[in-house]
Write a protein that binds this ligand. Structure first.
Ligand code: AMP
Length: 542
């Protein structure tokens, strides 16, 4: 027997409709690419998204077409998303921090037909357009007054292109499983792979992530997604904020400590989300200037393991609660969030930090397990680690074009490539990427644990650990350090600080000081490049 409930397809544009109806005046404030702060609201964004959908249809774009964006977080980028989805086309976010050749490769793989591009990134498209034959049109996210000279054919300013339609348009309707968005992930090996979100998965992910113990977003909130729309859907915030009617504050091109601080302060931001490197920059800025964060109540930190000192400083020095979260592009992206369960509410100080350093537990809709190489499940005992696998309605079932089939098992679980353990209370802790873990004499050493410990030293700005060949143990850890400006700690001081806080055989065999540690396009430590840099390195213990 079937239930007798209405068939109301979970389509993303219903989110912006709801925002316009219930929270029409709620603001979206952006640092524009042209410079000034720009203010709009959900009603206007919906109206302009409808125009965008109408203009796309007029130009011949339709259901299933891939339409790229190469842009910072601004109101225009948000309009692009909703307008593209509103005709059943697929927004395809490109990461501008990739090499131009990689961007061209990805655009060709996705067969993007049209691109919305910020002024900042137009030179990238000018350089690669000729090598992307599917690309028919370039729309620059600005007005005619700011339109630069360009030799590209078929290029137009966003505002003049939008102005040519009247907005008398209704969204298309289609099956909720229709593709809505696309984002390529660099993954571990081989070529980038296309993750394809559906309308249904985006809506479910938004419903799940607004829960109090997930991101806990409410209408009264002012939210600043530092995490870019091109990094795993801005962690879903472009759906969750309008779904609940929260004010959005978009940082545009400025993500330095001062730029972020200015918006947190002037727009009275209560909630923000970013990778640890962004928060390191902000905390450094606050320490240098002595400024405080009177409005901010919560931050979500993920994308890479969050060092304990970041959590501690936010909470102790600024009264901001940290939610450590883990996820992936393939998971829309939220996998776990480090909310404090009732049985741990009494924890304080180090005991609380021990809990918060873990990546947290799954919200409803995410199933997880940790297995050995033969897919046998490991117990949830907080120490048996193995490969982390996940399943759920907002998690990839495959990659675009059938790539990466080996990452999905017969039970529908996706192999994340992360190594983790889960404790009896359901809290998961990542110990490494499978490819980064150090195998010393048959035992595994977690590079994340060592890095998090090392950045706790007051003179350390950033730390990375890689395995270096050792004739007896196969691999031993090398600690690579960027010192804080104006400080000069020695190897002995750093190792002395770490001693006694980890197992003796986990202690790095050597410390190397560098000016800079390479980062990936989404702000994670680029271990592959670091390993290349230290390929000929000889450990003093070897
Ligand atoms: P991406 O899809 O680019 O966001 O990368 C996802 C990967 O980032 C995960 O598989 C993890 O390896 C890593 N990651 C994300 N969040 C965390 C976290 N809180 N702690 C450790 N690693 C993380």
């Amino acid at each position: 027997m079937l239930g007798l409930m209405q068939d109301w397809p979970l389509l993303c544009h219903k989110i912006i409709d709801h925002a316009a109806i219930q929270h029409g005046e709620r603001e979206i404030v952006s640092r524009s690419i042209e410079g000034p702060i720009h203010r709009t609201n959900y009603r206007e964004v919906r109206a302009r998204s409808l125009k965008l959908a109408q203009a796309l249809e007029r130009d011949g774009y339709k259901l299933g077409d891939r339409i790229a964006t190469l842009a910072w977080n601004t109101w225009r980028h948000l309009e692009c998303w909703y307008g593209i989805m509103g005709i059943g086309a697929v927004y395809h976010t490109l990461n501008p921090r990739l090499f131009p050749e990689q961007i061209a490769w990805i655009m060709n793989h996705a067969e993007d037909k049209l691109i919305f591009v910020d002024l900042t990134f137009l030179p990238i498209i000018e350089a690669i357009a000729a090598s992307v034959p599917s690309l028919e049109k370039v729309i620059v996210l600005t007005d005619d007054a700011h339109m630069p000279e360009s030799k590209l054919p078929n290029i137009v300013s966003y505002e003049s292109w939008l102005a040519a339609v009247d907005g008398d348009f209704t969204w298309k309707t289609f099956d909720e499983n229709t593709a809505a968005g696309m984002c390529y992930t660099s993954g571990t090996t081989g070529n980038p792979k296309g993750v394809l979100y559906s309308h249904r998965s985006n809506v479910i992910h938004a419903l799940v992530s607004t829960q109090p113990d997930a991101l806990g977003i409410a209408a009264k909130e002012a939210i600043l997604p530092v995490v870019p729309l091109f990094h795993a859907n801005a962690w879903g915030i472009s759906f969750t904020a309008p779904m609940v009617g929260a004010k959005m504050v978009m940082p545009g091109a400025r993500m330095d400590g001062e730029g972020i601080y200015e918006l947190l302060d002037s727009e009275k931001v209560t909630f923000s989300a970013a990778v640890p490197t962004v928060w390191l920059m902000l905390l450094q800025y606050l320490e240098e200037t002595g400024k405080k964060l009177p409005h901010l109540t919560r931050v979500v930190i993920g994308g890479a393991a969050c060092p304990r000192t970041i959590i501690q400083k936010f909470q102790d020095n600024y009264g901001v609660t940290v939610f450590h979260a883990w996820g992936m592009t393939e998971m829309s992206p939220i996998g776990t969030v480090g909310s404090v369960k009732p049985q741990f509410q009494h924890l304080k100080g180090d005991a609380l930090l021990d809990l918060q350093e873990k990546q947290g537990y799954t919200p409803f809709s995410v199933e997880m397990k940790v297995t050995d190489d033969e897919n046998n499940e490991k117990p949830w005992d907080g120490k048996s680690f193995g490969i982390l696998k996940v399943r759920g309605p907002a998690i990839s079932s495959g990659y675009y074009g059938g790539d990466g089939k080996e990452q999905f098992d017969d039970d529908g679980f996706f192999n994340t490539g992360d190594v983790a353990h889960i404790d009896k209370d359901g809290y998961m802790q990542i110990t490494d990427r499978a490819k980064d873990v150090i195998k010393s004499g048959g035992e595994w050493i977690s590079t994340i644990d060592l890095e998090n410990l090392a950045v706790g030293h007051p003179d350390v700005a950033e730390a990375a650990v890689i395995g270096i060949y050792h004739p007896k143990w196969d691999e031993r850890p090398l600690l690579v350090i960027v010192r804080k400006a104006g400080s000069d700690p020695s190897k002995e001081e750093i190792l002395g600080f770490m001693k006694g806080k980890i197992a003796k055989w986990w202690m790095p065999d050597d410390v190397s000081f560098v000016d800079e540690i390479p980062h990936t396009a989404t702000g994670k430590i680029q271990k592959m490049d670091l390993r290349k840099q230290f390929a000929d390195y000889k450990l003093p213990t070897a």
